[in-house]
Design a binder for this molecule. Structure first.
Ligand code: ME8
Length: 567
């Protein structure tokens, strides 16, 4: 079942910041987890949205043409995503021909079918600012320009509209039939509430005049005087990138219930859009309606009978700073440089871990806080996975010359830990952690998904506390058949093998650090193995008794809680 995972395409009017990195990171982690599950094609897309008026304005303010400015900032986004180690399979820029030609094709089909029609737009116009204002804004300004104080004028102009109102019933049905289409539930309810208020057709074009500022954008097919509104152009990126012969299977197939699609043309692919709450309406309502409209054109003989609905729109909340929205005017953005400073000091994977586990994944905003960063770093990473792996590695080195011990009597430790209240059935512990990871990933709970690995780490820590292998070692002699030796072997085998499985589950969040551990422990997972195989305790990819493991560097050094934030 192909899995297609997308992020918003970001505006290139400015450089990227923590918010852009966050959504791309969430999608990256999900893509890495899906790739691990094996046996399926995973395709992860991110990119930039370029035909926006604010890009033109910002370019002019920097003395550049729109495309020069877009080139420069698109490169900044690509660099930022390389820095966070995003594993995207493609990077779309909406100024690329591959996208523009598809958008023209889609819009032409929609004009022909009548889903896009020409009408006129009437509204309050500020002649100085050359912009229309909504009724609410116009009223707030007492129907006067805030710049010149001159009265706003009532103006009408030709415009193209998308017949959104025609899709109300079908959208409602789509929501009813697919209760997880919009997640989390709080966001779904918001959309449903607004949907019930009714839908108006939406203007989807802007006029082209002699002013160069109006000339950046894709022209409405057959009408050079109008350009397609940036949002309509942008949403189509999700389809245009995979609308090629070798990628079309990635797009979810049209519903068999609609009866329009031959079985062989359907795919059971899924497509998840990760976005934040600011752009939910576009993704949850306008975009599915556009897809329905496009699919409807198949009745007139277009090739769009393969087009089904995306499967999920996952809308997370916002990163904020001391409870306040991050904004240009407050100058309180967490910039890439700051994330780089954290990565230099604590490692990139520690930054990924913090963002993924403490971020605004659900409906509540999250504050970026240095003290929280250090607390999570110490507890999950330095004292968690870092400490466990180095402790176990050191004991294997010290007591068994760095060779993975055997596990001939897995229960022999019981004789030395008579006060143990837990079973420590490692096969079950690992199976449960995997189950937790899969459950969380299925509900797009990326934070929960990566925390599944920590369940195992915590179990290993309690196992060491209860069995006290270092005490057993003190009474062990050279006799290879002694009870002490056999118990110690079993304990350390269990710990190392369980930590190997933990490292697999932690790897989508921390690919570099886990790869480092695999190198030290000589257990890099082979390509093609499924997650289930990799996570089976003492299974086909288990650590082999006798296999040499090296004593590597500590993965995460403890951090001083009193230290100031890196700058
Ligand atoms: O809206 N916290 O682009 P955009 C978390 N081009 N995420 C944040 C954030 C914050 N404080 N600030 C921004 C656009 N984001 C359109 C999208 S898609 C077809 C077109 C992230 O550059 C989050 O993913 O304004 C949000 O939805 C996106 O950046 C908006 O990026």
């Amino acid at each position: 079942m192909p899995r297609y995972i997308t992020t918003p395409i970001y505006y290139v009017n400015d450089r990227p910041h923590i918010g852009h990195c966050y959504t791309t990171l969430v999608a990256d982690c999900m893509a890495r987890f899906e790739r691990l599950t094996g046996g399926t094609r995973v395709f992860f897309l991110t990119g930039t949205d370029e035909h926006a008026d604010k890009v033109v304005t910002s370019a002019a303010a920097h003395g550049m043409s729109a495309i020069q400015w877009a080139d420069r900032n698109a490169a900044e986004f690509a660099k930022a995503f390389a820095f966070i180690n995003a594993s995207n399979d493609d990077f779309i820029r909406t100024t690329q021909d591959r996208h523009k030609t598809r958008v023209v094709e889609y819009v032409s089909a929609l004009i022909k079918s009548g889903a896009i029609y020409q009408g006129s737009y009437e509204g309050w116009y500020d002649e100085n600012q050359e912009e229309y204002l909504t009724e609410t804004v116009a009223k707030e300004q007492e129907y006067k320009s805030t710049v010149t104080g001159k009265p706003l004028v009532r103006r009408t102009e030709k415009c193209y509209f998308f017949k959104l109102s025609a899709y109300q019933a079908r959208l409602q049905k789509h929501f009813d039939d697919n209760p997880t289409f919009v997640q989390p539930d709080a966001r779904r309810n918001e959309v449903l509430g607004r949907l019930r208020d009714g839908l108006n057709d939406v203007p989807i074009s802007r006029p082209v005049t002699d002013d160069p500022a109006t000339q950046f954008g894709i022209r409405v097919p057959g009408d050079e005087q109008h350009r397609i509104y940036v949002w309509i152009d942008a949403l189509f990126n999700y389809l245009s990138v995979v609308d090629t012969d070798d990628r079309r299977e990635l797009w979810p197939g049209a519903s068999p219930l609609r009866g329009e699609v031959a079985a062989q043309q359907r795919t059971n692919a899924t497509c998840t859009h990760f976005i934040a709450k600011d752009i939910l309406w576009f993704h949850a309502v306008i975009w599915p309606a556009m897809l329905m409209a496009l699919q409807d054109t198949a009745a007139q003989g277009t090739r769009f009978n393969f087009v089904g609905m995306s499967t999920t729109v996952y809308s997370h909340a916002y990163w904020v700073r001391e409870g306040r929205k991050m904004s240009k005017s407050l100058k309180n953005f967490i910039e890439i440089e700051q994330l780089e400073a954290y990565a230099n000091k604590y490692s990139l994977d520690a930054v990924r871990w913090y963002l993924l586990t403490q971020g605004p994944l659900h409906a509540t905003d999250a504050d970026f806080s240095h003290s929280k960063f250090v607390e999570v770093y110490n507890s999950d990473l330095a004292n968690g996975i870092g400490n466990s792996t180095s402790r176990v590695g050191n004991m294997i080195e010290k007591y068994f010359g760095g060779k993975v011990p055997g596990n001939q009597a897995a229960d022999a430790w019981r004789a030395f830990a008579t006060d143990a209240t837990q079973e420590f059935n490692w096969s079950d512990i690992c199976k449960n952690a995997l189950g937790e990871g899969l459950r969380a990933s299925n509900s797009h709970d990326v934070g929960g998904c990566v925390l599944a690995g920590l369940i195992i780490v915590r179990a290993v820590d309690s196992f060491i506390n209860v069995t006290r292998p270092f005490s057993i070692a003190k009474t062990m002699d050279a006799d290879t058949t002694s009870k002490q030796r056999i118990a110690l072997e079993g304990i350390l085998y269990n710990c190392a093998e369980a930590l190997r499985i933990a490292s697999i589950l932690l790897s989508p969040a921390m690919p570099q650090k886990m790869a480092q551990l695999w190198q030290i422990w000589n257990c890099t997972p082979p390509a093609g193995a499924t997650l289930e195989q990799l996570c089976t305790f003492a299974g086909p990819h288990a650590l082999k008794p006798g296999q040499q493991i090296a004593k590597g560097e500590v993965l995460f050094m403890r951090a001083d809680t009193a230290e100031a934030a890196p700058a």
